[in-house]
Design a protein around this ligand. Structure first.
Ligand code: ATP
Length: 972
């Protein structure tokens, strides 16, 4: 086993002792111990080839004989940094490695010697020893409370099985911050470990991880996330006293003006994590990390906070705070600058890198930012920033509360949910702007308050299969495992200060100092109350004795300080002080105070940080905290609502579509029905017309029979008497009838019908009628004509009505955009209309004729009756008709006005008869002409209708003619 050389060119090498060291000195007081020598047994030049030295340019020191390689039977091998020359007075050999401190071999993960071991798994300080080793070796210890660690049994053999110095001392137990809890025996390289971090742990840092820690680390960033749990079944940090979960680092701010005198008093050794002061009250202070003036923020972050941040992402609470005198670089370290980002921005970058690297979990981040100013808590994210120092807009008073799950927390405090690094940085920048700063004699922009950024990380297992569809999300909702909530607190404390110029600054300073003092007190007392078992009960009783409540700061830090959180403390100092000797002295005193505070913190704070439980969101306190659960439920609710709304919308659309279809169907049906009705109407119209015509024709036939015009030889029984009267009494004026309509009317009853053959005497005799005077026949005729007239009137009105309806419906149909059909239908429609018009015209004229005929017949009857009354001789024989009057003379026609007139042979009656005869002739001739004209006008309308009409007209004519003839017959 080889050891590596410690690059300590500035220090004289001390030859290793050849024998065992004396028992450990208890370093209560300052020990002017010799510096560890680069020629330490750990500083073998034959460093493992697997080790890569970051500072290869560092001067190589001569190899010292490694005691570890020698006798394994040596109970204890002192590792002595022997100065090249004689030891200075007061200095002693300090380093021993106890064989009992060797770690057990790792259960797994032991690295192959050829693999570059993680720098984080170095089990010792850069010089190859652990802090405890150093403590045990009698290094200067400034914390009296660490007595226990100093009172160790004498170191035993340093090497077991060749492992010797390489093992991890038991007092530097594995921790979550420092590793998985597994120890790896890695050869010390003399503190020059600067192997790069695993790629995934380097997201935020341009620089490789820096293994300056004095404690044992193992890189479990990668696959061993969760493997940590295997080291402690209960999730507790696998450490006996939990000390490994606390990292204390010291950072030295570069001097603006070089102060050679001051600087010479200090020994800042980053590689050995050592701060040594040679002045009065001086001593060597070892920490987990010491950063010198050349170290940038990225390096500080990598070594002091990176692991903690990743543990927070895994479910541990973590607290990082910067402590130090004013102007020493706390804000610079926490916030950094644009070119040199500090812990906060680098942590933010890492948080999001972790989220990216962990696809199997989903995260929710919320951030709050508060400051404690003059012992009052202000929310830096709530509204407008306070103006000046404490004169800002009044804010609701923020109080600190405590509950079992959340520990101590401020409320009401605004929390913002952030989704990207930029967003998070912007929120924090907003808080920074709201923070109170003021110029002091030490710092032009001094923070006058303690500022606390809290990033709450909620995470839960993600359902396999992604979140694409609702189905997936539903599935993810029932994924086993609850929400894990952890908190990362990043705290930039106000700087301690001795004096201030203004009253305001003094007030602020007094509050700052008071709270810092309380913090120091709490940390100092932690040691005496330290409970290694870390049981809740003991912790509670311990906490009771600690003055957490003496200041807001300590109250807020209580969960972290009492062991629930991983802790990283960054103490900032500035060596060298330009100014008066008094100022320089005061400055040094402050610096030493800071160093002592750091040492106490390192030694006293015990963390039993547990991974947060995965809580379910179904109530309980944790449930009320886990926004992730609440959001998930809300999302589910909203999705359900959305689904229901979609369903309702779909149903509504379907219903509307159905209604539209139904409406269209109804409209179609209505249209069909209307069309059908119209058709029916038309058919009805046609049928009615036909019926009317048939009735009319029937009536005509009866009328003709009754008049004996139709066929004298075929009397019907019904009109027998009347016809017989007519035929017997009438000296038929054949010439007049023939000269008129009867002969001209085409299609009329054959002329023989009208020009009835000579009737025999008996028939003529019988034709006088029931009353023996022909009045019954006339009355029947009149009655028949009146009935006929009524029929016609009714028929006409029906026709008119139907025509009107037909017109209306055709109009409506035409207006229903059947324009293309119009061309085709218009002709037919117009023709039909014209036909109807013609028909109406025809019927009207027929009506007129009838009326005229009725009036003529009525007057003829009246005259006949008058003549009958005047006649004294009423015997039938005397009324024999004179045939010699059958000539076509007007006088004879005049005599036809009434049979009674004919019988009376009075001049007046002759005149009357001739009037009637004339009138009838005129009517007949006019009627026939009109009929002829009408026939001509309607012939073109339509074939069958024309035929029908012609029949009507002809029938009408025939009847008219017949009637006229009948009349004439009666009157002659
Ligand atoms: N490591 C460093 N490298 C370069 N400059 C630094 C470093 N540390 C501090 N400074 C500078 O020192 C000044 C004071 O630093 P800073 O404000 O961070 O001190 P502080 O400890 O926060 O002081 P206070 O407690 O008064 O707020 C700043 O101008 C800062 O840029």
């Amino acid at each position: 086993m080889s050891t590596t050389a410690l690059p300590r060119p500035s220090r004289p090498s001390i030859a290793p002792p050849t024998g065992p060291l004396p028992s450990l000195p208890v370093a209560k007081s300052r020990l002017a111990s010799p510096r560890p020598s680069p020629t330490s047994p750990l500083s073998s030049p034959k460093a493992s080839p697997s080790r890569a030295f970051s500072s290869s340019a560092l001067p190589q020191r001569p190899a010292l004989r490694s005691s570890a390689t020698s006798a394994s039977n040596i109970p204890a091998i002192p590792i002595v940094e022997a100065p090249a020359g004689p030891l200075p007075p007061g200095r002693s050999l300090r380093k021993t490695v106890s064989i009992g401190s060797f770690p057990q071999p790792p259960k797994h993960g032991q690295r192959h010697p050829s693999h570059p071991p993680s720098p984080l798994s170095a089990s010792s300080t850069p010089d190859g020893t652990s802090l405890d080793q150093r403590l045990a070796s009698g290094s200067k210890l400034v914390v009296p409370s660490r007595q226990s660690s100093l009172k160790r049994p004498a170191p035993r053999a340093a090497s077991v099985g060749g492992r010797g110095l390489l093992g991890k001392p038991p007092m530097t137990p594995p921790s979550f911050l420092n590793g998985s809890g597994e120890s790896l025996s890695i050869p010390s390289t003399g503190g020059n470990l600067s192997l790069p971090s695993p790629p995934q742990s380097r997201n935020s840092s341009a620089q490789g991880s820096y293994a300056g820690s004095a404690t044992t680390f193992e890189d479990i960033d990668d696959e061993s996330r969760g493997r940590a749990d295997t080291h402690a079944a209960d999730g507790t940090a696998a450490t006996k006293d939990g000390k490994g979960n606390v990292i204390v680092s010291v950072r030295v701010r570069p001097n603006v003006v070089r102060d050679a005198a001051q600087e010479s008093e200090w020994d800042i050794n980053g590689k050995r994590a050592l701060v040594g002061y040679k002045g009065r009250e001086g001593g060597d202070y070892y920490y987990d990390n010491v950063f010198d003036a050349q170290d940038n923020n990225a390096r500080v972050y990598d070594a002091a906070a990176k692991r903690l941040v990743r543990r927070v992402m895994e479910g541990y609470h973590g607290t990082v705070f910067a402590y130090g005198m004013t102007g020493t670089g706390k804000t610079f370290s926490m916030q950094g600058t644009a070119t040199n980002p500090g812990v906060i921005p680098l942590a933010i970058t890492d948080i999001f890198s972790y989220i990216r690297e962990t696809p199997h979990r989903e995260f929710l981040l919320r951030v709050s930012y508060l400051e404690i100013y003059n012992e009052k808590i202000h929310d830096l994210l709530a509204g407008a920033p306070p103006v000046g120092n404490g004169q800002g807009a009044p804010q609701e008073e923020i109080k600190l509360r405590e509950d079992s799950k959340r520990g101590v927390y401020a409320t009401p405090l605004k929390e913002e949910i952030v989704q990207s690094p930029t967003q998070l940085l912007r929120v924090i920048a907003r808080g920074d702007n709201a923070r109170r700063v003021a110029g002091t004699q030490f710092n032009a922009r001094s923070s006058r308050s303690h500022a606390v950024v809290q990033i709450v990380v909620e995470s839960r297992e993600r359902a396999p299969g992604g979140t694409g569809t609702l189905k997936d999300n539903k599935r993810s909702a029932i994924v086993p495992g609850g929400v894990r909530v952890s908190t990362l607190s990043l705290i930039d404390l106000a700087g301690s200060e001795k004096a201030a110029d203004s009253k305001e600054r003094r007030t602020e300073g007094s509050h700052i100092n008071k709270s810092l003092l309380t913090l120091g007190t709490v940390i100092a007392r932690l040691s005496s109350d330290k409970d290694k078992s870390g049981s809740e009960k003991d912790k509670a009783s311990k906490d009771k004795h600690l003055p957490y409540r003496d200041s807001k700061l300590t109250r807020l830090l209580q969960p972290a300080l009492s062991g629930n959180s991983l802790v990283s403390i960054l103490c900032t100092i500035q060596i060298g002080s330009s100014g008066s000797a008094a100022a320089a002295h005061a400055h040094t005193g402050e610096t030493l105070n800071t160093l002592k505070f750091a040492s106490r913190a390192k030694n006293n704070i015990v963390s039993h940080a547990k991974k947060a439980d995965e809580s379910f969101g179904n109530g309980g306190d944790a449930g009320s905290r886990a926004l992730l659960d609440r959001y998930r439920l809300e999302i589910q609710d909203l999705r359900k609502q959305l689904e229901e709304q979609n369903k309702a919308k779909e149903m509504k659309e379907e219903r509307e579509e159905r209604e539209r279809d139904e409406e269209e169907e109804r409209a179609r049906e209505l249209e069909d029905r209307q069309r059908h009705e119209e058709q029916m109407l038309e058919m009805q119209l046609a049928r009615t017309a036909l019926k009317e015509r048939i009735e009319h024709l029937n009536r005509l036939i009866l009328s003709s029979k009754s008049l004996g015009v139709n066929n004298a030889r075929s009397f019907s029984s019904m009109s027998h008497n009347r016809q017989s009267i007519m035929s017997n009494t009438v000296d038929f004026p054949t010439n007049s009838v023939r000269s008129s309509a009867a002969l001209d009317a085409p299609g009329t009853t054959p002329a023989s019908t009208f020009t009835s053959p000579a009737l025999d005497a008996s028939e003529e005799d019988d034709s006088v009628g029931e009353n023996g005077d022909g009045s019954a026949s006339q009355a029947a005729q009149i009655q028949s004509l009146q009935a006929d007239l009524a029929d016609k009137t009714r028929y006409i009105s029906t026709l008119e009505k139907r025509l009107l309806q037909a017109r209306r419906s055709s109009h409506s149909r035409v207006s229903m955009s059947l324009s293309q059909k119009l061309a085709g239908e218009d002709g037919g429609l117009a023709a039909a209309l014209a036909e109807k018009d013609a028909e109406i015209l025809n019927l009207r004229s027929q009506l007129e004729d009838k009326e005229k005929m009725i009036s003529a017949l009525t007057s003829a009857r009246k005259k006949s009756e008058a003549a009958h009354e005047m006649s004294s001789d009423g015997s039938p024989g005397s009324r024999r008709v004179s045939r010699q009057r059958s000539g076509a003379s007007n006088t004879s026609i005049k005599a036809k006005s009434s049979p009674r007139d004919l019988l009376s042979h009075t001049p007046k009656s002759d005149r009357d008869m001739s009037d009637v005869t004339r009138m009838l002739d005129e009517m007949i001739s006019g009627r026939v002409d009109a009929s002829a004209a009408r026939r001509g006008s309607v012939r073109n309308v339509s074939e069958d209708k024309t035929t029908l009409r012609r029949k009507n007209v002809d029938g009408g004519d025939a009847r008219d003619i017949g009637t006229a003839v009948g009349d004439a017959t009666i009157t002659t």
